[in-house]
Design a protein around this ligand. Structure first.
Ligand code: SF4
Length: 82
């Protein structure tokens, strides 16, 4: 799993918890904002901690889901010498 996008929905109460937990990603001006141009996957643990701790439950993120590889069974036939 890798976080590819982080955003804050309306309803932030400006408690500053997210910036305290992860200042590399969150910044509080009047309300909390998400800094851009960052590889969010480097701070995955802190982003999840901030999301879980946000009292207004307004921090959201999208994960990059790895594709599922499917392997097909190959059928082999063995020719016998006649
Ligand atoms: S933790 Fe939630 S409510 Fe508090 S500043 Fe961050 S986004 Fe806003």
């Amino acid at each position: 799993m890798a976080i590819k996008k982080v955003w804050i929905e309306t309803g932030c109460t400006a408690c500053n918890l997210c910036e305290v937990i992860c200042p590399e990603v969150f910044e509080l001006t009047k309300l909390a904002t998400v800094l851009e141009g960052i590889n969010y996957s480097y701070y995955e643990g802190k982003i999840i901690e901030a999301t879980d701790g946000c009292p207004a439950e307004v921090i959201k993120y999208d994960k990059l889901v790895a594709p599922i590889l499917r392997f097909q069974k190959r059928k082999y036939s063995i020719k016998q010498n006649e």
